[in-house]
Design a binder for this molecule. Sequence first.
Ligand SMILES: C[S@@+](CC[C@H](N)C(=O)[O-])C[C@H]1O[C@@H](n2cnc3c(N)ncnc32)[C@H](O)[C@@H]1O
Length: 283
Amino acid sequence: MNPHVPDSDGSYLYYDGDYPWPADLAADASLHASAARQGILHDVAHYAGLTQELAGLLGRGPRVLEMACGTGRLSIPMARVGAMVTGVDASAVMLAGLARRLRQEGAEVAARVVAVQGDLLDLDLPDKRHDLVVMGFNILMLIADFDSQIMALERARDHLGPDGVLALDVVNPLVMPLGATPAPEVSYTRVNPHTGNIYTKFALVGTLDDRQVQHNHGWYDEVMPDGTIRRAYYHFDWRPLFRYELELMLKLTGFGIVRVDGDFQGSPFDAGSGKIVVVARRL
Ligand SMILES: C[S@@+](CC[C@H](N)C(=O)[O-])C[C@H]1O[C@@H](n2cnc3c(N)ncnc32)[C@H](O)[C@@H]1O
């Protein structure tokens, strides 16, 4: 999930199994508890809702830039409600997943999504007047370095038109385990949607270090049809951000805070909130 992590990493190979889309969640209630823990039970509705709100205000489909769009879990639902979406991601395998998903959409929706491969820290698109930039599902944390996080916010600002909106979410570090896990933990056992085989995910996190960075690693064990186990390792770093640190970074990079919520349904942020959900406006 960081640009230096190779495309063969388990976190890419099992992404669509790990992070179900709304239709998968609607079809299988057994996924809800882990989706709630991951903070993805209501995020798609939130970002699609913001897109619709903007469409109402603008009287047209908003121009949206999704930074780190992955396989399109947020980009495609935003396009379905009328947005013209540019999705940027560093990973070729994630963008191949997006292309596969777009082939399953109607031509009208597919035509509204443009994918760009690249590091969002180097982003310099011809269109600098987006109406909305989305950095959903913890992307700012996955830029695992303070200066680079600032740079990512600057790139977001540089691609917004006057009064453009930035929407992002990160995990609230006040509810995260910031010390190392003593032993691997089983996240869940579920079906790999690409193969139909069962897999189990094992996870470990390191201690938050002096740069406020945490190493995440573990592995996936998939049971193959012949009974053998195929193991794929994963690893990535993230840098959790505290609420007021994030607000300060936004102010430093030219944003005014519109809202800081504790979830995707508009609950006020407090120490026990699972998420920090921010809407800001380019000043
Ligand atoms: C957790 S996934 C999120 C994907 C999608 N936004 C979603 O909500 O499902 C993280 C994505 O960030 C991408 N990514 C991480 N760092 C990046 C960077 N510096 N530039 C571009 N993409 C990056 C990874 O390739 C991966 O696809």
